[in-house]
Design a protein around this ligand. Structure first.
Ligand code: ADP
Ligand code: MG
Length: 339
């Protein structure tokens, strides 16, 4: 090889090395843990995921889309228009919510039913502040209740009675969590945890490459606040977890008895059962959220029967015995992760 060729070979080799170094140095970072928190639907959200970019704008967009469909607090939402009979158009989120509600109402023997809205308002938990209803008022409102009276036909909602109204508060947060997880997964994210007001949807592993660690609050009534001391912690993933408890949102009757914001759609009355709080783990957070609410209505025995009949659902209940001391009861299939 003459000098010229040697020089050219050396130059090429040198350029190759420089090129490799540049490729190595300039290679974009493959991913990192992102953490976002904020306020949505009058509650806090906390989100973490491993990804190659910031999805906070997309997350807010998901929240906005859910809100504009199912929030009864937004005057221009699809549900508000349906409730006021201003429109019968159904968007994709609403169609899904109504379809799931039929299924969840069936699974819970009618204990979960979003058509309880007129009763929720009558008992003072909606946007109307009125005196407590008597039995005859409850009976007349009960005639409007029943998701079987609401159907979607060719993209339009058909209500048997125009006065029937929908309230998706019991599943909106859980559904919002599911929607954020679905959006992240569509973008290639594998590991994430999305929490909105205590309801959680999760996938993959945490930053230590372990299952996600979830803790459950102890319910405690107090004069002006609610104690939320953590009592139990579990490891899990690829599911949704939701907790319902009347202790977080209750009013006090004239005789001083506290009553909760969960209404039995069968009797039309707020229902206080032996279950103070129900935490449900299900394949998705919408299901977990609906079941947790229904279990407050159903009490321990009937709730346990529903868990037994649905193998992909687990639950842990906090019950109070006659002396008022708290007891934790696990569904038979919840063995893993007990502390
Ligand atoms: P939280 O919002 O405290 O997490 P839930 O998920 O249990 O509680 O939702 C309770 C809300 O759902 C009530 O405030 C009311 O708007 C509505 N609701 C009450 N009873 C029922 C019921 N039996 N089925 C469906 N929704 C209900
Ligand atoms: Mg719920």
């Amino acid at each position: 090889m003459d000098d010229k060729k040697k020089y050219r070979a050396l130059l090429l080799a040198g350029l190759g090395v420089v090129g490799l170094v540049l490729v190595f140095v300039l290679q974009p970072e493959r991913g990192k843990w992102w953490r976002h928190s904020g306020v949505v639907w009058a509650t806090e959200y906390h989100i973490q995921y491993y990804g190659d970019r910031d999805y906070s704008d997309s997350i807010l967009e998901v929240f906005r889309r859910v809100e504009m469909s199912v929030s009864a607090f937004a005057h221009e939402s699809t549900v508000s228009k349906i409730n006021d009979n201003r429109s019968d158009s159904v968007d994709a989120v609403m169609a899904y919510m109504i379809e799931r509600s039929h299924e969840l109402c069936r699974i819970t023997g009618g204990a979960f039913d979003p058509t309880v809205r007129p009763l929720v308002n009558a008992w003072g938990f909606g946007d109307d502040d009125m005196a407590l209803p008597d039995t005859s008022q409850v009976d007349s409102l009960l005639r409007l209740v029943g998701i079987d009276k609401v159907k979607v036909v060719a993209g339009k909602v058909v209500k048997q009675n125009p006065a029937t109204q929908l309230d998706f508060s019991a599943i909106a947060k859980g559904f919002g969590c599911d929607e954020v997880v679905r959006m992240l997964k569509r973008n290639g994210v594998e590991d994430c945890l999305v929490e909105v007001g205590g309801e959680i949807a999760m996938a993959g592993r945490n930053s230590e490459r372990k299952l996600w660690r979830i803790s459950i609050d102890t319910p405690e009534y107090s004069a002006d606040s609610v104690s939320r001391a953590s009592m139990l912690a579990f490891s899990m993933s690829d599911c949704g977890v939701a907790t319902s408890g009347n202790y977080r949102n209750y009013r006090t009757a004239a005789d001083g008895t506290p009553y909760g914001h969960i209404i039995d759609p069968v009797t039309g009355f707020p229902r206080q059962t032996d279950v103070l709080s129900a935490t449900v783990c299900a394949p998705d957070c919408t299901t977990a959220d609906a079941l947790a609410t229904a279990f407050m209505v159903l009490g321990l025995e009937r709730s346990q029967a529903i868990v037994d009949a649905n193998p992909d659902v687990k639950a842990v209940f906090i019950t109070a015995d006659k002396s008022g001391s708290l007891k934790t009861v696990f569904s038979k299939n919840w063995s893993e992760g007990k502390r």
